[in-house]
Design a protein around this ligand. Sequence first.
Ligand code: BTN
Length: 248
Amino acid sequence: MSEIIGKNIINLEIIDSTNNYAIKKLRENLTIDGTIIVAKEQHSGRGQVKNIWESAPNQNLTLSLILFPEFLPVKYQFLLSKIITLSICEMLDEFVESVSIKWPNDIYVKDKKIAGILIENAIMGSKIKHSIIGIGLNINQKKFKSDAPNPVSLYQITNMKFRVEEILEKLISHLNNWYNQLLNLKLKEIDIAFYNRMYRLNKWHFYKEENKKFKGKIIGVNPIGQLIIEKENGEKKTYHFKEVEFIL
Ligand code: BTN
């Protein structure tokens, strides 16, 4: 088993965003496969769709992982998201219960968000030239100030403080396991584990599409990562990110 992830770790005190730092290093050709960039503090942490990522200094894990998954056709890029979310979930299992993957890239504990992932892929033809996988995991933060709807930290759930370095070490080990599964094309194993973890899978809940509320049941994700929801009238519809909103 190769263990490339985390062989090279760059530790930063303060930076705008570890994803931005990774972009810069890639432009300068200064990176090796599996490099992790960790920052104690980000002053302009980025979330999905131009949101900010709130993380109090020294409290949480904010990192970017750089991979060169040239073996992975672009049309299967959602597999990267699957193995990253699975790794975070399995690491968290050690500390809390009810950890799930909320499509596409969030990690939930019950109905609250404990981690977010921002994957930025550089595509060349039909291949992924490089992937920057930004992970923000809330560990010791006591309060969240931003208007994010439902953030939560390990501390808020368990009333215990954790060593961020220890969490990182455990996460790296799960990331290596799942990345190896992907390298060995164990796609069935990845899918089974992913569906076992999927938030709201096969349950009826409310969603919003173009400002209209509807009742639906998530029945899966297609190979290009779109969410498939079955509606009450039996219609099955696929959604890109942001085309559908989960009503909590
Ligand atoms: C989300 O909106 O859920 C994605 C959040 C991703 C946050 C992480 S923190 C480390 C990395 N650097 C960033 O600027 N963002 C990601």
